[in-house]
Design a protein around this ligand. Sequence first.
Ligand SMILES: O=C(O)CCC(=O)C(=O)O
Ligand SMILES: [Fe+2]
Length: 386
Amino acid sequence: MNSTLSDVFISHPIHIPFSNLPDFTSLRHLPDSYTWTPKDDLLFSASASDESLPFIDLSDPHVASRVGHACTTWGAFQITNHGVPSRLLDDMEFLTGSLFRLPVHRKLNAARREDGISGYGVARIASFFNKQMWSEGFTVVGSPLDDFHKLWPVHHLKYWKNKAGGRTKRLYVVSVSVVIVSQLIFNSEIIQEYEEHMQKLAAKLMWLALGSLGVEEKDIEWASPGSDFRGAQAAIQLNHYPICPEPDRAMGLPAHTDSTLMTILYQNNTAGLQVYRDDVGWVTVPPVPGSLVVNVGDLLHILTNGMFPSVLHRARVNHLQSRFSMAYLWGPPSDLMISPLPKLVDPLHPPLYPSLSWKQYLATKATHFNQSLSFIRNYRSSDQIS
Ligand SMILES: O=C(O)CCC(=O)C(=O)O
Ligand SMILES: [Fe+2]
């Protein structure tokens, strides 16, 4: 039987203690456990640059070559005219804000299990660092309804109804329950609608990016029928970076690449996302209302035989406004073998990577983190890819 993304995480649990989740709002000084130095992350103090990431209008007649150029140089770009309604982006931002503004004990009701993928918690990459990140996250895979029920429990109000007794109160409480239930359904529908738009957009971006390298629809069998990558799998990662008393010494999300084919990210109107290029340094990606950021992930790097770099990126925090982001993490079916596309391999460009599934890659990432690509690049048949 084919495994799902959730199965993959069950076989690779990551232990991240919850006990020391701080109440971000009450801290006036950064505790030592949240203070980062270059010892904690080699690129922490790498130089910043004022260069800018390519900004691409998807209705531009030269869109394919612009996307191709951005993918080969930066491994990332910003897009506008992408077809995702701004009303939907506003709804997602509102949902994310209301979720993270819940009291900590309510969020912990929906805490992600150690061997789980969905729910509330810190990002999985936390386990690779000694210092703690100034952020909290919520991961959605498939229907969010069960987790949303834990965040907005209706029985809590029913309990209040029994205790309260009196007729007027009872009527009032019942109507609040109805509002909560319809809010739950509304929130789940927003997530579903967002996923549908993102899935279509990811497929469109894939063809634009790969088309620029001469790859055609017939070259990727698993995209069929319909060339829409219907078998793709995805997770939505909601991130919150609270206001921070000492942002220069804190880290929202340290430098990492995404283990995806592609990630599509929406950020609210607060800057924080930075991308890294060896010859340039850290570049801040400014929030542009209604735009989305696209990152090449590790699997697209493998598929293109290294032609597209998977972009190293991180999230910084600030002391004025909280920041929200929503990452659509998109990849192939978990068991499908991914390898450099034959069209991009020739005697001058031998395959740089062996063939492996997303499931195997995630297992490698759970052990080797940012060294995973070089680990599998040096893979010999005698080695074990877990
Ligand atoms: O919040 C951001 O801007 C980055 C989020 C991110 O990199 C991720 O969720 O993988
Ligand atoms: Fe990321």
